[in-house]
Write a protein that binds this ligand. Structure first.
Ligand code: SF4
Length: 374
């Protein structure tokens, strides 16, 4: 279908209202109430491409849970926050988050092709939440120009790949003109929500700005359709290294089996599974969050059992602004000055001794031997 393959058609025909949704799918009471509440929190919007992946007969469909609002979103648990990663308190310029020493997060837009119900930035994303994103472009570029310790810029939002090729090119050109910026990344869910946007023209423009990496966001193997596989192939052919950042979500991808299928499919799409995030403490997310032990169980089920490239790093973004903290199952059983006691993926234990320095007598005797060799 010609229009189906056109990104503009996909955006124009997004499902944004209760009536549009109910014309296509029968909702549960919990979902209907969720959609009615969403207008004042995080808008609902779903591209026809992504909507097509929903199983209309399964209220627990993992694709459905990610984009159709539910009543529970309206309830804020005591541990939840509007800004769980503490981004607003690390902005030297509105829209530019400088939390780590050598890299920044540049929030370039508040719009996405579809909206994820667990979005960490739902306070600003979609334009209906409690805050407005007011990125000060010129001030942000000037801050980057006068801050030489910044060598890495991550463009995010919202979704930067929603911009036109010309606008993106202007941003990338300006960044590349700053000599100390070595590395540019784009965080985008467009390849998953709107693979039609990954045109040969876009790829040809992006490849002019290497080294350029793209972090995609895919949570379930159902999302890796043939269209998505081809779109990711175009980006890979343009020489763009890609990593996937998935969020661990209850009822979506909280099992070893689903994660194993996901990471294997990602590798087939030339995307390296990069991070598996414990879901941030975003307001109204408790129905989608899992225990931390679930994430550790998943890593335990992958590490050693499959290709190392397929195993993402499980991380928690320290609540309130602590940055990414890696979590691993306990492979180190004991460590002292002389040795480390380890266990492998099969539960067997191994001892790794610390290096033994060569004794002076042994070295002296070797020296003597070497002098006889002349
Ligand atoms: S695509 Fe990213 S920024 Fe947009 S709603 Fe989803 S998680 Fe939030």
């Amino acid at each position: 279908m010609e229009h189906w393959d056109d990104a503009k058609w996909q955006l124009k025909n997004r499902i944004n209202t209760l009536a549009e949704l109910e014309a296509r799918i029968s909702l549960t009471d919990v979902e209907r109430a969720g959609v009615l509440l969403a207008g004042s929190k995080l808008a609902m919007s779903i591209t026809p491409h992504f909507f097509n992946l929903i199983d209309p007969n399964d209220p627990n469909c993992p694709v459905r849970r990610q984009v159709i609002p539910r009543l529970e979103e309206g309830w804020t648990a005591p541990e939840e926050m509007a800004d769980p990663c503490g981004e607003d308190s690390h902005m030297p310029v509105p829209g530019l988050v400088h939390r780590y020493p050598d890299r920044v997060l540049f929030l370039v837009t508040d719009r996405c092709a579809s909206y994820c119900r667990y979005c960490t930035r739902s306070r600003v994303v979609s334009g209906v939440g409690e805050q407005q994103l007011e990125t000060q472009w010129e001030a942000a570029f000037q801050y980057l120009e006068r801050t030489p310790q910044v060598r890495d810029v991550l463009l995010s939002g919202g979704d930067p790949l929603l911009f036109s090729d010309a606008k993106l090119e202007r941003i990338l050109t300006r960044l590349r003109a700053i000599p100390h910026i070595e590395f540019v990344r784009i965080g985008s869910r467009i390849p998953i929500f709107l693979p039609q946007r990954i045109t040969p023209e876009l790829c040809a423009m992006l490849r002019k700005f290497h080294p350029l990496f793209i972090s995609i966001h895919c949570n379930h193997p159902k999302e890796l359709t043939t269209e998505v596989h081809d779109a990711l192939g175009r980006l890979a052919d343009a020489g763009i290294p890609m990593g996937n950042q998935s969020v661990l979500l209850k009822g979506v991808n909280d099992s070893v089996e689903v994660q194993r299928t996901l990471v294997h499919k990602l590798l087939r799409c030339r995307v390296r599974p990069y991070y598996l995030y414990q879901c941030d403490l975003i307001n109204g997310s408790s129905h989608l969050r899992t225990s931390v032990s679930k994430g550790l169980e998943i890593i335990e089920g992958l590490r050693g059992h499959t290709t190392g490239y397929a195993v993402p790093q499980f991380v928690i973004d320290g609540p309130g602004g602590g940055g990414k903290i890696p979590l691993n199952p306990d492979y180190v059983l004991e460590r002292n000055e002389g040795r480390t006691l380890l266990r492998n993926y099969e539960g067997e234990t191994f001892e790794y001794p610390e290096p033994t320095p060569a004794p002076a007598e042994a070295l002296a005797s070797l020296r003597e031997k070497s002098s006889c060799c002349h």
